[in-house]
Design a protein around this ligand. Structure first.
Ligand code: NAP
Length: 253
């Protein structure tokens, strides 16, 4: 790659939270970034943050669980920004409940966004990576992949993403494509604020309680995850593939 070539990255669920921080961070790394989320208008803040700092970004509305929307979004990104060779599958939802109360709708929604969404996005983007002989895929897993009460749907999807990651690494390695997974612990975002609300706790108290149980004695922030993703998507990370990195302020197993 010459210095005039700018890699194009797609970050899903990038209107806020970890996705927004990742989009901003990848732009700082010199990437042109497709800021993709359900609602195109909601991507405006992230895009403005990037362009105000001199970066290149495009807002893209897309439901990652819908095959037609995914194909259309990736085609548009390739036409407007260039061939995407970095993909961060970050879009996510939670629909927590104990097994006996969990509906099929909530099971299907969580599987659809996390697992099917990552599959559809990777399938649509891989041809650009293969053509370029370079690619970086990062899938957002979670410490919940190890099991978490009330999250049978989410933990199954996040564990599934780890297998998905390893298989992508095996299939695409010979084309210069790596696939890795970042598994965050407790990160202060809308998602964890929703969990606090569901269990009737103030978010500040919820964060304090979580921090007490974390070895580094603080909760994580979206930038902590963006740092790990920046490493995996880096030009010099080509020999690191099929890995799961827990970013959780301490060891998990
Ligand atoms: P967040 O603040 O809830 O942001 C998720 C984003 O994804 C939202 O903007 C959401 O849009 C978007 N989204 C949802 N469904 C989508 C779909 N079908 N297509 C496109 N975009 C969609 O979540 P976060 O905390 O930043 O989490 C980001 C990722 O990290 C998720 O995969 C999550 O599971 C994972 N993670 C988070 C934590 C944590 O502690 N926060 C821990 C482990 C793993 P709407 O607002 O329109 O719904």
């Amino acid at each position: 790659m010459t210095t005039t070539d700018q890699r194009v990255a797609i970050v899903t669920g990038a209107a806020r939270g970890i996705g927004a921080a990742t989009a901003v961070r990848l732009a700082q790394e010199g990437r042109a970034v497709a800021v993709l989320d359900l609602d195109e208008a909601a991507c405006k803040d992230t895009v403005e943050k990037i362009t105000a700092a001199g970066g290149t970004a495009l807002a893209v509305g897309c439901d990652v669980s819908d095959p037609e929307q995914v194909e259309a979004a990736v085609t548009r990104i390739a036409a407007e920004l260039g061939a995407p060779t970095i993909l961060v599958n970050n879009a996510g939802v939670i629909r927590d409940n104990l097994l006996f109360k969990m509906t099929e709708t909530d099971w299907d929604l969580v599987m659809g966004v996390h697992l099917k969404g990552a599959f559809l996005m990777a399938r649509a983007v891989q041809k650009y990576m293969v053509d370029a002989g370079f690619g970086r895929v990062v899938n957002l897993s979670s410490s919940s992949a190890l099991g978490n009460r009330g999250q049978v749907n989410y933990s199954a999807a996040k564990a599934g993403l780890q297998g998905f990651t390893k298989t992508l690494a095996l299939e695409l390695g010979k084309f210069g494509v790596t696939a890795n997974s970042v598994a965050p612990g407790f990160i202060a975002t809308e998602m964890t604020a929703q969990t606090a609300a569901r269990i009737g706790m103030e978010f500040e108290d919820f964060k304090k309680a979580a921090a007490d149980g974390i070895p580094v004695k603080r909760v994580g922030y979206p930038e902590d995850i963006a740092n790990a993703i920046a490493f995996f998507t880096g030009e010099d990370a080509g020999f690191v593939s099929g890995q799961v990195m827990y970013v959780a302020g301490g060891p998990l197993n």
